[in-house]
Design a protein around this ligand. Structure first.
Ligand SMILES: [Cu+2]
Length: 135
């Protein structure tokens, strides 16, 4: 067994190592790309940051906040128009973004479980829906 860099066995080992890294990277990207089961927890609990993607998904499936006045900061990553509203509170807050824009609003919420969604036709069923847990 030689340790020369051009040894075919050594090259095969290095190729395997590279392939392994690529598979791990692909797995990480797949896990992050599907809008998985991740929950976004804002720092102080009074602000909820939501991003909308053109693949008709938000940046997380679940958000959390502290009861009281909650600020929603909504931003768009892409060009499609998307909205953010809270089920049952549609008349109190409906944020709209498009072309990389941002929008923000405030809602006062009691502790409980709420549903955030995009009310543009078909978007909610495509995946633009997320839980909001208020503690
Ligand atoms: Cu949408």
């Amino acid at each position: 067994m030689t340790c020369k860099a051009d040894d075919p066995g050594d090259l095969l080992m290095r190729l395997r190592g590279t392939l392994g890294v690529m598979i791990i990277a692909a797995a990480i990207m797949a896990a992050c790309g599907g809008g998985g089961g991740d929950t976004e927890s804002p720092g102080d609990g009074h602000t909820v940051h939501v991003q909308a993607f053109d693949r008709q998904d938000y940046n997380a499936d679940g958000f959390s906040a502290v009861a009281g006045e909650i600020t929603f900061r909504f931003s768009q990553v892409g060009i499609q128009e998307h909205t953010l509203t809270v089920e049952g509170r549609e008349d109190q807050m409906r944020l709209v973004v498009k072309n990389g824009g941002t929008d923000s609003g405030k809602l006062t919420l009691e502790p409980g479980r709420y549903i955030l969604y995009c009310d543009i036709a078909g978007h909610r069923t495509s995946g633009m829906v997320a839980r909001l847990t208020v503690n």
